[in-house]
Design a binder for this molecule. Structure first.
Ligand code: ZN
Length: 339
């Protein structure tokens, strides 16, 4: 939920609100109040305008059910980054403009009575860029889903990693993907909804890792921009490149859904994707849970490339030094079975 900043008057009072918005799809002038009522979808051409995180939460979750978690997480300026503006100044300006502390809100809430752990991004906050806070919120949303055995829902809207946080932002790709992997191993569903735009590091990490990847109509979804892509392959790009429908046609997106149907669609999917019963792990013969230490040691086994004098795995194929597990699953080690 938006935070209150006591030292600033809300923007609404300071400026008279714009009454009209021109639709980029059909050029029609739309009355803002009516546009808000229609969840910011153009009534004549169905153009989907960007939605704030707060409005998105209201549109998806049961009324009053969403409880925000970690509202106080805030980015630090670890690098002392300055471009045209110092990073802390940029953050402060974005906080005043949006009433949010960073580009994502996370918490738990019900969708048609089914409780989920959710994280919703907001493009209005520094282009929805993913710094340490967004990465942490996504990871914690996945961890809460594992601990409380709930499905995970992430709504992405992002231009990519936050350059002002440099490597710290890039590290969020690995962190979020590891958290999603633990979720998968625990047998819990993850639904990803990609909205306009879902690009860069967010596309390259958690946004496309859903058990079901949904997208809103005409959303820009991709890694690098169209011009970079066209330049790299020195070819003209096909029409509709990097749009939701194009990705659907090529199997990257499972479904393109009109905003008015998003809530019902997610609820229907959640009724199919029921969390696996009870905590599962290597101990009870289920899918091995993610264990960083055993993961690293099995990785080290492969790197050394020599037969183990004392095989530590139950897999007979492991005596072959060059063999790596084609399924990508980690081997079950002694440590797993003890733990
Ligand atoms: Zn329109």
């Amino acid at each position: 939920m938006p935070i209150k900043l006591p030292s600033f008057r809300p923007r609404k009072d300071a400026y008279p609100p714009d009454l009209w918005t021109r639709c980029p799809g059909c050029q029609e002038m739309l009355f803002n109040k009516q546009l808000d009522k229609a969840d910011r979808v153009c009534p004549s051409c169905s153009h989907h305008f960007r939605l704030s995180a707060a409005a998105r939460i209201e549109a998806i979750f049961d009324p009053g059910s969403f409880v925000e978690r970690d509202p106080g997480l805030q980015s630090v300026d670890a690098l002392g980054f300055v471009d045209q503006k110092a990073y802390p100044d940029r953050l402060a300006a974005a906080q005043v403009a949006t009433g949010m502390r960073d580009a994502a809100i996370r918490g738990v809430g019900a969708i048609e009575g089914i409780w989920v752990s959710g994280c919703v991004m907001d493009f209005a906050f520094m282009g929805g860029s993913m710094g340490a806070v967004v990465g942490e919120k996504v990871a914690r949303a996945a961890e809460d889903a594992v601990n409380e055995r709930m499905p995970l829902l992430i709504v992405s809207a992002s231009g990519g990693a936050r350059m002002q946080e440099g490597t710290l932002a890039l590290m969020q790709l690995a962190k979020t993907v590891a958290a999603i992997e633990r979720l998968r191993a625990a047998g819990l569903p993850y639904i990803s909804l990609m909205t306009d735009p879902t690009t860069g590091g967010v596309f390259a990490s958690y946004a496309v890792l859903g058990d079901i990847n949904l997208a809103e109509p005409n959303a820009l979804i991709g890694f690098a921009g169209a011009r970079v892509n066209a330049g790299t392959i020195a070819q003209e790009l096909p029409p509709g490149f990097q749009r939701a429908e194009f990705l659907f046609d090529h199997g990257f997106v499972d479904r393109v859904i009109h905003r008015s149907e998003v809530r019902g669609e997610i609820a229907a999917l959640l009724r199919f994707l029921v969390p696996a019963p009870g905590p599962r792990g290597a101990d009870d013969g289920g899918i091995p849970v993610f264990r960083p230490m055993s993961f690293l040691s099995s990785l080290a086994d492969r790197m050394i490339g020599e037969p183990d004098p004392m095989p530590v795995t139950s897999d007979p194929g492991r005596s072959d030094p060059g063999r790596s597990d084609p399924s990508g699953r980690r081997d079950t080690t002694e440590e797993d079975r003890r733990g």
